[in-house]
Design a binder for this molecule. Sequence first.
Ligand SMILES: Nc1ncnc2c1ncn2[C@@H]1O[C@H](COP(=O)(O)OP(=O)(O)OP(=O)(O)O)[C@@H](O)[C@H]1O
Length: 524
Amino acid sequence: MTVSPPEMDRVLEARSISKSFGPVHALTDVSILVRPGAVHALVGENGAGKSTLAKVLAGIEQPSSGTMTIDGAAFAPRDRADAKRAGVNMVPQQLSLVGELSLVENYLLVGSRRLVSRRSARALLKATLERARVDVDLDLPTATLSQAHRQLGEIVVALAEGAHTLILDEPTASLGPLEVGGLFEHLRSLCDLGTAVVLITHRLDEVRQVADDLTVLSHGENVHHGSAARLESTEIARLMVGELPPPAARSERRPGATVLRAAGVVAASTRDASLDGVDLAVRAGEIVGIAGVAGSGQNLLLDVLGGFVKPDSGTVAFAGTEAGSRAGASAAAFQRAGLAWIPEERTEAVVPAMSLRENLTVYSAAVGAARKRGGATRDARTGGTQTVEDTLSAYDVRPVRPELAASGLSGGNQQKLLAARELGASPAPRVVLAYGPTQGLDLRASQAIRERLVDLAVGGSAVVVASHDLEEILGVADRVVVMFAGRIVADLPIAEADTERIGRAIAGLVDGSAPDSPARGDVE
Ligand SMILES: Nc1ncnc2c1ncn2[C@@H]1O[C@H](COP(=O)(O)OP(=O)(O)OP(=O)(O)O)[C@@H](O)[C@H]1O
C-alpha cells in the first residue's frame, strides 16, 4: 500500500463480515456503509459486536470472512498502521497513549507524518484543540492527566493525524456535557469537510444530537440500518436492548449513623484538582452523588476516601479505622472493613489477563488469611456460598465462562464483572465508592446497576457515586455534593438539587460559602 495523505469523500463499505473468537461468533454477516460527510452511529447492547466491527474496519482485527472496499477498491488492511495509511483511523475504548510521553510526543510516535518537527506537531495539536474548544495540556506526560483529558488527548491526536474515516469507540464515556458539546461541534465541522465519522455510543441523546446514519447490532448481527432521524429514541432503545422494565420507584431511605467521614482533607495531585480542605460525612443508608466537571477533585476525593491516597493533612475515618497524614490505615484495611470500590478506570480494578473466576475471587485469599488472624470483619467477596457462575449470571456478565480471560469480554461486560465483584459481596459492603459505575453499560445493564446501588443503600450501605453524567446522579442520589477546583461548593438534598442550581455550582458560580458539613464526630 502506498503512503499518501488521505483524500476526503471516500466511501468505506464492509460486506458480510463475520468474525469469531474461538467458539464465540462476535459478528455474523454484518454489513455497513460509511458515507463521507456523515456521522454514523453504531449502537447495540453490551457484547453486540460494535468494537469488533470497528476493529475490523480499522485493521486491528482481521475478519474471518467478508470483504471491504474504499470507493469500490479492495481494502484489506494487514494491521492498524496499514488502515491508517489508507485513511481509516480509530480511537479505541482502551486508550493507547504512552503514559510516559506527552501528547506531542505521542503524536510524533504514532503519526503517519513521521518527519514532522516537534514544534509543528505542537502547533498542529494546539490548533486541533482550539477547533474542538477543549483544553488539554500538550506537554505533561499523559499518565499524569485525568482520564477525561487522556480520552480527549487521544481523540485530538487522531484528529490531527487526519483521516477520511474516523472511528470513535465510546469517546464520550468519561466526558462531561461541555466537553461532549465541543467534541461534537468539531466532528460536525470535520464532516462538513468530507470526513466520515463512525461513533459508538450507548447514549441515545448523542445519537439524536449528532448522528445522520444509524446501524444497530444485536448478538453480532445487523438488526437495523438507515437514517438516524427516522427513529424515535424509544424505538432505538427497543432495537438495542428489547423492552426495558419500568425503572423501580424511588424508595424511602432513612439514613442512619455516619460510617465514613473526611475532615479537613488537603491532598495534592497532578491528575486531578488538589483537595483544599474537604469535609464530607456519609451515613449508612444514603447515596451521596458527587458532581463536577472532570478534574474538579472528585477522583482524588474517592481515592482519599478509599484509603488509596493519604491526605497531606486531615483525616478519613471509616468503621473505627482512621487514615490520615501521619497515622493511617491502608486501602486494604478499609477493604477488609467492607469497602467496595469501582474506579473511573476499570483497568485499575479488573485484570485483563486473569480469568473471570480469578477476577471475582481475587480478594478471597487475602480476606481468608486475615480472618485466620482474626482481623477480618467480612466474608469473602464472591457472594458467600454463591458459585462464580451464579455471580456472573446475577450481573448478566456474558459469556458465563469462569475460565475465560477478562480481556475476552466486551468493555461493558468487564464493567459488569467489576460490579459483580464489588457490589455482589456477601455480606453487603458497608461503604460503596463508585466513579461512573454505569460507564460503558447499555441501558438495561445501567438500570440494573442503579437499582443494585439503591438496594444496597436500602439495606444500610453508605454509597458515594461520582459521575460526569448528572442524570445518573439525580437518578439515585439522596444528596448532591458539587465539587469545584478541589473544594465542595454545594451540598444539596435531592429535593433542592435542580439542574440549574447544580449547573451554577459546577461552573463555580456559588452564592455564599461552602456548606457546613459536620467535620468531627463519631464514625460507626
Ligand atoms: N479478544 C477476544 N477474545 C474472545 N472473545 C472476544 C474478544 N473480543 C471480543 N470478544 C467477544 O466478542 C463479542 C463482541 O464483543 P465486542 O467487544 O465487539 O462487543 P461490544 O458491542 O463492543 O460491547 P460493549 O458495548 O460492551 O463494548 C463478545 O461476546 C465478546 O466477549
